[in-house]
Design a binder for this molecule. Structure first.
Ligand code: PEP
Ligand code: MN
Length: 453
């Protein structure tokens, strides 16, 4: 284990001096005293992840940055404490594992699996408050800050929820480690992941057929004497948006091997579209930690912005250190992405390019519900691939909001979910997620794009 334990006392985030930079999208806590107590508790809590694991992920991301792997990131927009159950975690994990197998098989390329999981409890919101029937309450900022039901009292930011987020993340990660290392992710089990799904879904049937081909390949390898342990377990990493600095800063530890600080709240942290100000506190925070870092880049990003971020976040020019997650919108990606890619590829930074085809394609219905069209999601991914193909660069990964359930939050897909059906299962705490069918269908489409290389 690589986290520093000096004389039995973990070296805490309190040993790092944080600049007093402007931090956007921070909660307005009602009671500073309780915040201090929670920060103290977090700063002596055991790490959720280890520095060596973060380095291992960075090495895998660097393979993708260099064109030899594809990265799949997926999970809820906002995790909730209520859905932090064995079944819900298993079903999200299963969806990501199924997508990853489809991509690996189609692209003949390693797929790095990363969950928006075990820490995705904090949300930036466009408005600080919302009003319903003349009643005003704070917006929902994620279960790590306040509660989802519309009640002004429940919406008051409560710092103790940060401890609950830490504990929920620890239990989720424990289960994910058990599933992925303890046999559930064994490639010999692909059919069992699909069992509940195969009869009722076109993508499930397609998966079943592919599973049969994988079985034959595994039998062949076994007959040849190649029955590798690699097939029985898989690496799976935890990622979330590093948003609330009262949560993130206390969860930094010094790695005893190198003396470098790492965030131990997750393997991969990203900076959101709203907080990527190069002069702001989020970028300064990310500069200090040695985890691999993502930055969301929306449609207003200029090539200069991208380079400024790289100068701050990647001073040592390490492949895999920075992942740019572009979220332009299907109608903008083909116009906006080329100048960014061109400029960055002509610098001496080796970034990983990942597409987030969700956040630029959100529409609000007359009911007020947010949704996304499956076809827009596919179109943005297609645009992302087209741009990279035309510039000779590698479309290195995909970042998706998804769930393992049959929700009706995004429209379209092979079941053709229509607007009038949206209330059947609209369960998200924040943004609309692809359901399992739509996720798997997307994986088949992207596998073909990758296979066409
Ligand atoms: C998100 O990933 O849920 C999110 C808020 O994205 P962005 O920062 O790209 O808007
Ligand atoms: Mn979201």
């Amino acid at each position: 284990m690589t986290i520093s334990i000096a004389d039995g006392v973990p070296i805490s985030g309190a040993d790092i001096t944080w600049e007093n930079l402007p931090a956007a999208h921070q909660p307005e806590w009602p009671d500073a005293h309780v915040v201090d107590q929670v920060k103290a508790a977090l700063s002596s809590a055991p790490p959720l992840v280890f520095a060596g694991e973060c380095d291992q992920l960075q090495a895998q991301l660097s393979q993708a940055a260099l064109g030899d792997a594809f990265v799949l990131m997926g999970g809820d927009c906002a995790e909730t404490f209520e859905a932090n159950t064995a079944n819900s975690i298993r079903d999200r994990l299963k969806t990501v594992l199924q997508m990853a197998v489809v991509l690996t098989y189609g692209a003949r390329m390693p797929v790095v699996k990363v969950g928006r999981m075990a820490g995705q409890y904090f949300k930036p919101r466009s408005a600080p408050t919302e009003t319903r029937d003349g009643v005003e309450a704070a917006s929902y900022f994620g279960d790590g800050i306040n509660a989802l039901p519309f009640d002004p009292a429940l919406r008051v930011p409560n710092p103790e929820r940060m401890l609950e987020a830490y504990n929920a993340s620890a239990s989720a990660l424990n289960l994910v480690r058990a599933f992925t290392q303890g046999g559930y992710a064994d490639l010999h089990n692909v059919h069992s992941w699909n069992k509940d799904f195969v009869r009722k879904s076109p993508a499930g049937q397609r998966f079943e057929k592919m599973g049969g081909e994988i079985d034959r390949a595994l039998d062949f390898m076994k007959a040849c004497g190649a029955d590798s342990d690699e097939l029985r377990r898989t690496d799976f990493y935890a990622a979330h948006e590093a948003l609330v600095l009262d949560y993130e800063r206390p969860l930094v530890r010094i790695d005893s091997r190198t003396g470098n600080p790492y965030s131990v709240s997750g393997h991969f942290l990203w900076i959101g579209e709203r907080t990527r100000d190069p002069e702001g506190a989020h970028v300064a925070f990310a500069e200090k930690i040695h985890n691999p870092i993502g930055v969301k880049l929306g449609p207003t990003t200029t090539a200069d912005d991208a380079i400024t971020l790289l100068e701050k976040l990647d001073p040592n020019r390490e492949p895999g250190r920075v992942t740019f997650i572009t979220r332009m919108g299907a109608d903008k990606i083909r116009d906006n992405l080329p100048s960014l890619v061109d400029r960055v590829e002509n610098s001496d930074h080796q970034v990983l390019w990942v597409t987030d085809p969700m956040h630029g394609n959100t529409k609000t219905l007359s009911s007020g519900q947010k949704t996304r069209q499956f076809d827009d999601v596919v179109d943005e991914v297609r645009g992302f691939f087209e741009v990279h193909h035309s510039l000779g660069t590698h479309p290195g990964g995909m970042h998706i909001e998804l769930t393992g359930d049959d929700v009706t939050e995004c429209l379209g897909g092979s079941f053709g979910i229509e607007e009038h059906q949206i209330d059947e299962r609209y369960e998200t705490a924040c943004d609309p997620r692809l359901n399992r069918e739509q996720s798997l269908e997307l994986a088949f489409v992207v596998a073909e794009m990758l296979g066409d290389r």
